[in-house]
Design a protein around this ligand. Structure first.
Ligand SMILES: [Zn+2]
Length: 323
């Protein structure tokens, strides 16, 4: 597979109760210490799968988990995996004030950088909750903290997050000067989606991966590869564990949260055998062209941002092809 298209294997490293926008007994972080822990043994399953395939991955980690299990993070870093940031307390981005988000990211990165010994410069929002309401403050704040790569945007409609019709290719985001810092740039890579039966939908992780037949998942990767675009998986440790306690959730959410867990490990093994996976940083090193987009602050509202194709950039003609 040496000349095969590259893909990033991304794990959102969190506990089994880290679910967004749901009322559970574990909504308050004060309850987390008393919850039965599963994250270490479940992450070890994912580490074994990656080892079997000779692949590396990026573990976007909840700071609280790293603080509680520092040796797990050290083992991941020592094994050559990349550590990224998934916030400290796994709160939906657009529900936080800019000040709360700033404090949470600072706390998370301090822990992750100290424990891993890595720069830790990639970020994913909990529940992919990066959408227009959060763009204007979240990107300047992330950049202020040294985040260089964001993998939070889903270019399709979703429950909490998702920007329908958004670009699917990695792009360079121009961030204007704000009270959070001077003008800067950040690489953004939207989560993989595919077109199927007239709809745009994710396929490479979560409930989609667990629900879809393997042939459809492979079709999703190949559709992206044909467009010269690397694929990106996303998986949570709990998704390979049938023994985890089950949360009481509204039926639709319950279905999406727990469907197909028994078959997930086998599907991941198959995906890892079929396609070539590595870290986010490694994939992005091979992206040759970076179309530019501008973060536009409309008016003075903190929740008034948009991301639009840059008017000042040179046009990119053979964009996104990976070398
Ligand atoms: Zn998460």
């Amino acid at each position: 597979m040496s000349g095969a298209p590259l893909n990033a294997f991304c794990v959102d490293l969190e506990e089994w109760w880290h679910i967004c926008a749901a009322d559970t007994p574990y909504t308050d972080p004060k309850t987390w210490d008393s919850a039965p822990p599963f994250v270490v043994k479940d992450t070890e399953i994912l580490m074994r799968l990656l080892d079997e395939a000779g692949a590396k991955g990026t573990f976007l980690t909840v700071g609280w988990v790293a603080e509680k299990y520092p040796s797990l993070i050290k083992r991941l870093a020592d094994a050559g995996h990349e550590i990224g940031c998934h916030t400290h307390y796994h709160r939906v981005v657009y529900e936080q004030t800019p000040e709360e988000f700033d404090a949470d990211i600072g706390q998370c990165l301090k822990v992750l950088r100290e424990i891993s010994g890595q720069p830790v410069n990639s970020f994913r929002a909990p529940g992919f909750s990066m959408k227009r309401e959060a763009f204007a403050y979240a990107y300047p704040i992330l950049r202020k903290h040294g985040i260089e790569v964001d993998v939070s945007i889903v270019p399709a409609a979703r429950d909490h997050g998702g920007v329908a019709g958004f670009t699917r290719d990695p792009f360079m985001l121009n961030i204007p000067a704000t009270r959070w810092g001077p003008q800067n740039t950040m690489k953004c890579w939207p989560v993989s989606v595919m077109d199927f039966l007239g709809k745009t939908m994710p396929f490479s992780g979560g409930g989609y991966l667990r629900l879809f037949p393997m042939a459809l998942v492979k079709h999703g990767y190949r559709q992206n590869h044909r467009a010269g675009r690397p694929g990106m998986s996303y998986i949570h440790p709990r998704e390979v564990d049938t023994t985890q306690p089950r949360l009481k959730l509204p039926w639709k959410k319950y279905f999406k949260y727990y469907v197909g867990i028994a078959g997930c490990e086998g599907k991941l093994r198959e995906v890892l055998k079929t396609f070539k996976f590595t870290t986010i940083a490694d994939v992005l090193r091979h992206v040759r062209a970076w179309p530019e987009y501008d973060l536009v602050l409309r008016g003075s509202g903190a929740r008034d941002g948009d991301i639009v194709p840059s008017t000042s950039a040179r046009p990119v003609t053979s964009a996104h092809k990976v070398a």
